[in-house]
Design a protein around this ligand. Sequence first.
Ligand code: COA
Ligand code: AMP
Length: 641
Amino acid sequence: MTNASPPGRYPEIYEAARRDPEAFWLDAARAIDWAQTPTQAFAPESGPYGRWFPDGSLNACHNAVDRHADGARAEQVAIRYDSPVTGTKRSITYRALRDEVSTLAAVLAGLGVGKGDRVILYMPMVPEALCGMLACARLGAVHSVVFGGFAANELAVRIEDAAPKVILAASCGIEPNRVVAYKPLLDAAIDASRHKPESCLILQRPQGPATLVPGRDRDWAEALADAAAAGERTACVPVAATDPLYILYTSGTTGKPKGVVRDTGGYLVALAWSMPNLYGVQPGETYFCASDIGWVVGHSYIVYAPLLHGCTTVLYEGKPVGTPDAGAFWRVVAEYRVVCLFTAPTALRAIKKEDSKGARIADYDLSAFRSLFLAGERADPDSVAWAERVLNRPVVDHWWQTETGWPIAGNPMGLGLLPVKHGSTCVPMPGYRVEVLDEGGKPVPADTMGTIAIRLPLPPGCLPTLWGSDARMRSSYLATFPGYYDTSDAGVIDADGYITVLGRTDDIINVAGHRLSTGGMEAVLAGHPDVAECAVIGIRDSLKGEVPCGFVVLKAGVDRPTEAIERELVAKVRDEIGPVAAFKLALTVPRLPKTRSGKILRATMKRIADHEPWTMPATIDDATALDEIGESLKDRGIGEH
Ligand code: COA
Ligand code: AMP
């Protein structure tokens, strides 16, 4: 444990939220402009577990943009777009952002988009994507951003579920090693989906322009220019606090991704609370979240929270390394006088690998920089200690999920940093009553491992339900432990109340901070005509945390070379899920290790691959199968450290 400042205000604030949540959250709600100020914080009787601010109404775009553009921040930079992959930089003031967003909203309204309609975005990290999200919010429409590293099939599933009226897309995304043509993926997804959008607005990028489909596709720049010339603007449409702001799909344990619904009022209140109190950031300062708008972290801390709080947000279209080097983040921090950087541990590991002494840091003036926040996967203590040493600033590991929308636990920088324990994500944020439960749902003593669950109700900002399915919300999260939300994370809480998250209890793995379902990958492998059965596990990787590894048993009589089949399997996952799955290991084995009742021993396979001690399960059907797994890994040099 390293020492920090005295206890600060955290205990008092957490206790206030626990003792009187109504008063606490109505007070926090004062950071937001309301069309109709809420008189009640929580309505326990509505929705699967209750709803926040049931009688309030507001508009998210007004809060994030207009109130600053109409006030003292009009000429302050709202967005610093910095794109080393295209060699472009652009600064957009709050006034310019309001103008662009209100014009784009007029374009969307002209395409028939109104309150409650869904709009899918399939876009890279460009300012137009943020404008698209905010324009939807302005109209009361519900946006759903799909990460660019997902393939057409994944996009199709989301189009079918969200049934968007319009899709906003860019012609291409730019990865350091290639231009990724998005438009053919979009066209294939629309072809594959039973739901068809009425129109698509396509942002043509010079690095890879696309062919537009007559009658359906419109050119973004032309549409915007026409609307601007005609002086078209749209005002902010107030919505109920409980109305959805967005849907964000995330990997579920069964095939179909879960459409996490984010309501408007509770979300904005929680984000506004987090900026000064958790991140210790003040209005007017610059905040840099190096994630992607396709993920929840990007929604919350690239777009909504910094803008709500009147900060300047950095939109970085590049990587931590290779664009051009391991000093990229420090260059951005120095150039824009960033006070807080938020990234994934995997990015830190990538930087550490290339610049182990942190020599690049000395090239830049980091005098404005106060703290580094990490999330998205377990932050390994080595990397945290390294970052503390080379940066000589607090490094805060904080824990959250797509479902929660803002951190469940962290070290509250703005309330006075608590002592740091490496490996732990520190203490719960206000409103989160976190407990560790045994299999029967009973709280376990301190320092005992179990499933981490959150006592209902969840605080504002967390998902009220899943899109179109209260029943799936209940069965996925609320049924396992009555009275609790099941996080599906395993971990411990120590005697000081510090939470340590150790891994998932379901089939989700975390690859370079990206959340993926091994079940989804198994479904793709099982669809190959030569595969009889398969199992995918996440194996330890020094850069990405975990990478998927698939084991396949071929059908009897298949006599093609296994190398060819394995190559086809790797390509199949890339085509059907996307490059983001980072699926590069398909191994053919004679059989899969199973229990006598037929359950595949994935956990034991993982221990073997990770070179951890393991014991032969008493229930194993055929013990040689585990040896064969070990042999096949050894043949490929996998898992050797
Ligand atoms: N569009 C299209 N393809 C994408 C993409 C996008 N938006 N994002 C990633 N990909 C592709 C990559 O090009 C790569 O393809 P490849 O197999 O052809 O090389 C593949 O998906 C895997 O990408 P990634 O996992 O990002 O690995 P990488 O090797 O490109 O980069 C890191 C490694 C560590 C630099 C990178 O993973 C990183 O920055 N991670 C941080 C993640 C993060 O911020 N997560 C958010 C949670 S807070
Ligand atoms: P996502 O929904 O993509 O944000 O992924 C959420 C999952 O990532 C959680 O359920 C955890 O398993 C993992 N995760 C996120 N942050 C942390 C963290 N700080 N420490 C450990 N695991 C984390």
